[in-house]
Design a protein around this ligand. Structure first.
Ligand code: DON
Length: 301
């Protein structure tokens, strides 16, 4: 398969979708991103990376960070599953409603409430955002990956919903550290800026059933399988059914317009285009992954 030529073709095919949708407005710094951006990278398990468009341009990873923090938490044991579920929520990513009926246990680690619990779990071992940065730099080989401080400040100034989620869970005893500290770590991890190439390389351990780029094992086979399974069922929130239908891969989106998807045993893919649909997923990004699995036949089904 000539992946470079394939990516060129996908970029042509989805060009009419680029710029459609709306950039995230609830974090003001994200609203300034140019909506016409499009990039896509594929990292193969042997380390080869191919890309098209803005594939080396850094953007805000936002909720894609939740895959990596979950992996880091599970690499230290599976205690986090006592505090967070693994069922699709069917509700928006920042919804509060299910927590009250479900004893402050979030449905899954990829909605905001669940990711706050994962950050709280990681915080028992040191600063969660620092641990995440170290991991991403090592896996991608890019030591310049950093928190975008403008995005972090903007998000921190508009974090009332996440603050409410965290305090609500604290009221059920599902928050071990002070909410302001957990929120600060969560906001910084969401505000990390990376390119599609960086993200695809960093996610390869999920395509390699838990093996990192240096050959060491981050996760056991089961934990890697489970993260992929939860990405498939919960990674694109209340659009997870539609994403599985169209793309057929484990995937995780972010409101920065990125989506990371895994082809187990073969490659990790990251696509970025900032225009979002009503559920917070990149319009051109989903279209590009839909073309990718259609043209390659590489889906998990
Ligand atoms: O906490 C938030 O709302 C953002 N930092 C991340 C949300 C997000 O990326 C949802 N993804 N589609």
């Amino acid at each position: 398969m000539d992946l470079a030529a394939l990516l060129d073709r996908i970029a042509d095919d989805v060009a009419p979708e680029v710029g459609r949708g709306a950039v995230a407005g609830y974090i003001p710094a994200l609203a300034r991103v140019e909506p016409w951006r499009f990039g896509m990278a594929v990292a193969e398990v042997d380390g080869a990376v191919h890309g098209v468009g803005d594939w080396e341009h850094p953007f805000s990873v936002q909720s894609m960070s939740k895959v990596f923090t979950l992996a880091l938490a599970l690499s230290r044991g599976d205690g986090v599953w006592k505090r967070v579920g693994r069922e699709p929520s069917g509700d928006p990513f920042n919804s509060l409603v299910q927590l009250e009926h479900e004893d402050g246990i979030p449905r899954n680690p990829f909605i905001n409430a669940g990711a706050l619990v994962v950050t709280d779990e990681l915080a028992s071992h040191g600063d969660a955002a620092d641990a995440l940065l170290a991991f991403l730099r090592q896996e991608s080989g890019n030591t310049e990956i950093a928190v975008d401080s403008e995005v972090a400040a903007s998000e921190a100034a508009h974090a009332d919903r996440n603050r409410a989620l965290a305090y609500f869970m604290a009221s059920y005893g599902n928050m071990r550290h002070p909410v302001p500290s957990v929120l600060d770590q969560y906001v910084r991890q969401c505000s990390i800026a990376m390119s599609c190439a960086d993200v695809a390389r960093s996610a390869l351990f999920l395509a390699r059933h838990g093996i990192r780029n240096d050959g060491s094992r981050l996760l056991g086979l089961s934990a890697a399988k489970r993260i992929n399974a939860v990405m498939l069922t919960c990674g694109t929130y209340d659009a997870a059914g539609e994403f599985a239908y169209r793309v057929g891969l484990p995937g995780k989106s972010g409101v920065g317009g990125g989506i990371v998807a895994i082809v187990p045993g073969r490659c990790a893919v990251c696509v970025w285009s900032p225009g979002l649909d009503a559920r917070g997923n990149s319009v051109a990004g989903v279209a590009a992954l839909d073309r990718f699995t259609t043209l390659t036949g590489w889906s998990v089904f």
